[in-house]
Design a protein. Structure first.
Lengths: 251, 294, 295
């Protein structure tokens, strides 16, 4: 199985502050990998490095064998890596379906002439509606994104990420702020994606969700990887327990 | 006098002049930076408060023969007007797009200038103050009484400001709100009152600057806020928006550069565009301003 | 007649600024600089090299577009609040260049810019008006196409949330430059039309107050819409005529208007979800319901 994503000895320093230190792991195609760790462990930073928002200080990140360094976030998104945010960032003033359409246009934007064409065609609208249907937002299509409750905004972000036709989706705390039924729906959705061959890298603090969903888990603490393995192993791992309990003692 | 002595003397005089101008810029720009730090708004109407301070000082001086007392009255009234602006205008715009308070501020500034013109007349009014103090002379450097006034008041106000910001609880709260308003709120800081306080301080400083300028140049006129309006903006950007020391540094940098430009160099550039040119130059090396962060 | 032509020019200016500030969400407080660059480019080509109008105008458009791209680059890297001041600074610097560099005529400006002529016959004012209206229509068509294209959608996404836009495949730099080039080129067009109509231009016409006038037209009508800038330009362009009797209070009212507008109706008179638009929609719904019942 060729690796879809390879994080190879990646370190990141911000003005002398160490955010990540020599982190390495790999993801296979269609895998669900969990990324956990106490607050400040560097999880979101890692996401930002993968999506190209920040450059790595050292090490490399490879996607489908290709080194991602030097590529900007928009290029990486177009390459097939989708992402959601810890604090939702919908396009508030646009309608729900327009939110999805923005991502659908990713293949058009690099070309001057392709960008000239109309986006509100039947073909594109139905393609976008399809993504809305999958996350259960069809009936909200023409509503302004800002009017949606939090749970639906989160689903919209997922639909938007899916419109990139990604092979890898980065979910940053998708369960945060969700009610119980919404959480079940979320898990179901992620499983469904996975069946279609989309790999999912998920940051999550909600342990039951992580344990249920992920085939493997990577644990970060203070910027370093302290454990990697299937959920059962991680649950028992003394270093992991230390990291979380240690944090509680500090607090 | 030998040539070097003369040149040094000229240099020194220009520096003194530059510091004078820089002091005034600092007083104006500080208010702008404090408001920005706390509300992230570009308070262009600040220049209107500055001009209003000059008018208020002039008016107060008619009844109060003491210039310092008149200045305090002007500062107090300016400060109050700052709070009024914040409460009635900006408060309701905090959740809107940035352009809303910006245009409101510009509109207010325009209206204020026109109000001054209509009420007080378009002509330049004199602000005659008789200084008993004789100028200090060190070699070929001459510091006039008005200059001493500017230095004195600026130093006093800056020290006062420094003391309030670093040594009082209010000052700490102010810094907290500037850094992260939501966090400050969550920690129980009376954010609304701190915001009003910031406006009071900023506007009082602007009022003081207005009086000083009115006295120093012996003129008060409706459009006197025009040039400080945009210059102060250039200064807070080049100093680092929201940074008080950066703003002070930037103000003196611009003040001294301007004085040198007029005094020594003969580039056919308008003195007023200089502030922006300096700003652009600084931004090229330090994109967040001299002492800006993030 | 003069008023109509001036309003037409303002409509084009307002639409052009709306592309940068309304669609792409990049605050520009220095748009008059592009207006001026277009005017000077066209005027100088006509007076210095004697080129005919229909060469001068495209020249003005191209030159302004190029300068727009160049000036757009520092604006790209700069954060939102910095952007306002940077564009303001650009306005001042450009104006200073026009005023102090002798090549541009200095304080005297450029004079004797001719009206366009064919075969030696000078265009009359009425024909000029028709031409201006034509260009207004072209601007409207371009704007309409823009909002319906993927480019327009990309600009809107940048306005709403830059980070999310990037994550959705939108290259920020590329599209911000596109917005700047388009907006400035169109302003250059307006500048050329202005120069040949006024026959005399000087740096005074293109300063910061002028930029604010253009911006307030966009905001008054409704930023981010197509109808907004058009209505704003028309109303604010015509208004000074109606306020002649109280000439002395005109500017005061203008300032007060901006304050009141931003306080109570920041989306503009005909902006999205404005008071007027909402009531028009409500009346419309009532009408259609009534029609359906009586049908």
């Amino acid at each position: 199985m060729r690796s879809l994503l390879e994080v190879d000895s990646v370190s990141k320093y911000f003005e002398g502050l160490k955010a990540l230190d020599d982190v390495s792991f790999a993801m296979g195609m269609g895998e669900i990998l969990g990324l956990i760790g106490p607050n400040g462990a560097g999880k979101t930073t890692l996401f930002n490095l993968i999506t190209g928002t920040y450059p790595v200080t050292s090490g490399s990140i490879r996607y489908k064998g290709r080194d991602l360094s030097g590529f900007g976030p928009s290029k990486i998104a177009a390459m097939g890596i989708g992402r959601t945010f810890q604090i939702v960032r919908p396009f508030s003033g646009l309608t729900v379906i327009e939110n999805v359409l923005v991502a659908l246009g990713a293949s058009h934007y690099p070309s001057f002439f392709a960008s000239l064409s109309r986006f509100r065609t039947k073909a594109y609208l139905s393609e976008a509606s399809e993504f809305l249907r999958r996350v259960g937002l069809m009936s909200y299509a023409e509503q302004k994104a800002e009017n949606l409750p939090l749970g639906l905004k989160k689903r919209l972000e997922i639909a938007r990420a899916l419109a990139l036709h990604p092979e890898l989706v980065l979910l940053d705390e998708p369960a945060g702020g969700l009610r119980h039924e919404e959480m079940d729906q979320l898990i179901g959705l992620i499983r469904e994606l996975n069946r279609e061959g989309v790999a999912v890298l998920v940051i999550e603090h909600n342990m039951p969700v992580v344990m249920e969903l992920c085939e493997r888990i990577v644990v970060l603490d203070h910027g370093s990887k302290i454990a990697e393995g299937p959920p059962e192993d991680i649950r028992e791992n003394p270093h992991v327990i230390d990291a979380y309990l240690g944090r509680e003692e500090d607090a | 006098m030998p040539l070097q002595g003369k040149v040094i003397g000229m240099l020194a005089q220009q520096i003194v002049n530059g510091i004078t101008i820089g002091s005034i810029y600092a007083l104006i720009a500080l208010g702008l930076t404090i408001v920005y730090g706390v509300l992230k708004i570009l308070h262009i109407a600040h220049a209107g408060v500055y001009a209003m301070g000059a008018y208020l000082g002039l008016w107060a001086y008619r009844f109060i023969p003491n210039l310092f007392l008149a200045m305090i009255v002007a500062m107090a009234l300016s400060g109050v007007s700052g709070i009024v602006i914040e409460r009635f205008l900006y408060k309701s715009m905090l959740d809107k797009s940035r352009i809303v308070p910006l245009i409101a501020s510009i509109g207010l500034f325009i209206a204020m200038e026109e109000a001054f013109r209509i009420i007080s007349g378009p002509y330049v009014k004199a602000f005659p103050v008789h200084f008993r103090q004789k100028p200090w002379i060190f070699g070929s450097v001459r510091i006039s009484a008005p200059q001493m006034l500017v230095f004195g008041v600026t130093i006093a106000l800056l020290v006062l400001l420094w003391w309030v910001i670093s040594k009082t609880r209010m000052g700490k709260a102010l810094r907290a709100v500037s850094m992260d308003r939501e966090m400050a709120d969550a920690l129980g800081v009376a954010t609304e009152r701190i915001i009003s306080l910031s406006f009071f301080i900023s506007s009082a400083l602007a009022g003081a600057a207005g009086v000083l300028v009115g006295v120093f140049y012996n003129s008060v006129y409706p459009t006197m806020g025009d040039i400080p309006a945009y210059k102060a903006l250039a200064i807070i950007v080049l100093g680092g928006m929201g940074s008080i020391p950066g703003t002070i540094l930037g103000a003196f940098l611009v003040g001294i550069s301007e004085t040198f430009l007029i005094g020594f160099v003969n580039i056919p550039l308008p003195r007023d565009a200089l502030a922006f040119i300096v700003m652009i130059a600084v931004l090229m090396f330090r994109p967040y301003g001299l002492l800006g962060k993030e | 007649m003069t008023v109509s032509i001036t309003i037409g020019i303002y409509v084009i200016l307002a639409i052009s600024l709306n592309i940068i500030t309304g669609y792409a969400g990049q605050i520009s407080l220095g748009h008059a600089a592009f207006f001026g660059i277009g005017a000077y480019a066209s005027g100088m080509l006509a007076t210095r090299l004697g080129a005919p109008f229909f060469i001068c105008l495209p020249f003005a458009i191209v030159v302004t577009g190029i300068v727009g791209a160049i000036l757009g680059i520092p604006c790209l890297r700069v954060r939102e609040d910095f952007l306002a001041i940077t564009t303001m600074g650009i306005n001042f610097v450009v104006q200073a260049v026009f005023l102090y560099v002798p090549f541009f005529g200095g304080a005297l400006g450029i004079s004797n810019i001719p009206l366009p002529s064919l075969n030696g016959v000078e265009m009359t004012k009425s024909v000029y008006l028709v031409m201006v209206v034509l260009f207004v229509l072209i601007a409207i068509v371009i704007d309409g196409w823009l909002t319906r294209s993927w480019t327009g959608l990309a600009l809107a996404s940048i306005r709403e949330d830059e980070t999310a836009a990037e994550m959705s495949g939108v290259n920020l730099t590329r599209f911000k430059v596109i917005a700047f080039v388009l907006g400035s080129a169109m302003a250059g067009l307006a500048g050329g039309l202005y120069a040949h109509f006024m026959s005399f231009i000087s740096a005074q016409d293109f300063g910061f107050p002028e930029s604010i006038v253009i911006l307030s037209m966009v905001v008054f009508g409704g930023i981010g819409t197509l109808r907004g800038p058009i209505i704003g330009a028309i109303i604010l362009g015509v208004a000074p005529e109606f306020f002649r009797p109280i000439l002395d209070y005109r500017t005061l009212l203008y300032g007060a208007m901006l304050v009141v507008l931003m306080r109570f109706q920041p989306q503009g008179l005909l902006g999205i979800d404005s008071f007027i638009i909402r009531n028009v929609k409500r009346l419309w719904k009532k009408e259609t319901v009534v029609n359906e019942i009586s049908a």
